[in-house]
Write a protein that binds this ligand. Structure first.
Ligand code: NIG
Ligand code: FE
Length: 400
């Protein structure tokens, strides 16, 4: 593919609409230059100075921003198929965690894995996302819970960006679970905070995350991690109100978090607080589905307060072994009644914002040419299909 070209024969969902919709341009042209979008608009308005560029006709297909999976745990060892079976016979996610399964069991498998083994296990997961048009993925640590393994996970996440055509944003999730037999406050002081500082010193951390929950850390404990993040100049995000209401969403809002994620037990007051702080609500229907949750996130309150909603896979071996961003979009629609336009904005425009990025997630001049071309005509088809991947072609940084 040349470094300067015009995509023609596309319907472009720019995700730029001021109404939060697709921002659809029916017969569009998109000029790509040096990895960025240079111009986008109706083909008939293509400026004369671009008319001589090579035209790559896409046969009437749909063009969208490349997808962004803004919440994953794809670097991990082992699997938790046994827990899947246990839940089918009635054990809850929280009961399994309290009995020593759950996150802590993945910690054992991850600690036992070498850097090379973690990388080999993660690459096929990342490849599966790339094959669905994903160009940016967030990857968390949090299955080490010791300094060495937390750093190893983050190094693997960084290596993925060298080995595959994908952008990786890392989140330090040292406050994910309390290691067996340890006191949570002692763990935060002696392991989590030193690991965060060490990982930051190595340039391994783009954001700091935590799990605020009865089976994990209290809001006061997470606040101490967020204070360290602020001292290091790092943005924060939080797994909040997933299994119960713990005050995590309000805490995230008070700290100006990029995102609060899960939020099944969030309230209308939480929605107001997230709106005021400009925090994105990340909807994770794969976890809701997998752990047989029945309480839905307050989607209408998010809409009413103008909280941007992102949608992500939460791909992890326990609560969301979901390797499909398209299926996450479908689930967000069918389980939580997002509109297909909200679901696509959730995996593009608002996902970028959940990662603190403003150079992707929309099709606009000056933004990265991370684009997806789909064998569909109506953008709602991306959310409507179940287990169907209509990706025709992905463009990453202007390159096919
Ligand atoms: O996003 N909620 C906490 N963390 C993960 C679960 C990780 C696991 O079960 O291994 C989540 O759902
Ligand atoms: Fe998660």
């Amino acid at each position: 593919m040349p470094t300067r070209y015009v995509l023609t024969g596309v319907a472009a969902a720019t995700m730029q609409g001021s109404d939060g919709g697709y921002g659809l341009i029916a017969d569009a042209a998109v000029v790509v230059r040096d990895g960025l979008v240079d111009w986008v608009g109706p083909a008939r308005d293509l400026p004369a100075d671009h008319a001589a560029l090579e035209r790559l006709d896409q046969g009437g297909r749909l063009l969208t921003p490349a997808l962004i999976d803004c919440h994953t745990h794809v670097v991990h060892g082992g699997n938790r198929a046994r827990e899947f079976e246990m839940r089918l016979t009635g054990a809850s996610y929280a009961e399994i965690a309290r009995a020593g399964g759950g996150i802590v069991s993945t910690v054992t498998a991850t600690r036992a894995a070498s850097e090379a083994q973690l990388l080999q296990a993660a690459l096929p997961r990342v490849d599966a996302l790339i094959a669905q048009g994903v160009a940016t993925v967030e990857i968390k640590s949090g299955y080490g819970l010791d300094i060495d393994t937390e750093l190893r996970m983050l190094r693997v996440a960084r290596q993925i960006a060298d080995m595959r055509p994908i952008r990786v944003l890392t989140s330090f999730l040292g406050a994910h679970a309390v290691p067996a037999g340890q006191d949570p406050d002692t763990y935060i002081d002696q392991v989590c905070l030193p690991a965060l500082s060490a990982a930051h010193a190595e340039g391994l951390v783009d954001a700091v995350d935590g799990f605020c929950e009865g089976i994990a850390f209290s809001a006061a404990q997470i606040a101490r991690v967020f204070d360290r993040a602020a001292a290091l100049g790092l943005p924060v995000k939080l797994h909040a109100e997933q299994l119960s209401h713990q005050g995590g969403a309000a805490l995230a809002a008070r700290h100006g978090a990029l995102s609060a994620d899960h939020l099944e037990y969030a309230t209308a007051a939480d929605a107001a607080a997230l709106a005021a702080s400009g925090t994105v609500a990340v909807i994770l229907p794969g976890a809701f589905y997998t752990i047989h949750e029945t309480r839905q996130p307050p989607v209408q309150a998010f809409r009413d307060h103008g909280v941007p909603m992102a949608v992500a896979t939460d791909w992890n071996p326990g609560s969301s072994p979901l390797g499909s961003i398209l299926l996450a979009m479908n689930m967000a629609c069918t389980l939580f009644r997002l509109t297909p336009a909200e679901a696509l904005a959730g995996a593009t425009r608002h996902a970028a914002r959940a990662l603190g990025l403003n150079d992707c997630g929309r099709i606009a001049p000056g933004l990265r040419a991370d684009l997806a071309i789909w064998d569909v005509t109506d953008p709602a088809e991306l959310s409507y299909g179940i287990g169907i991947n209509p990706l025709h072609h992905r463009i990453f940084g202007g390159r096919a």
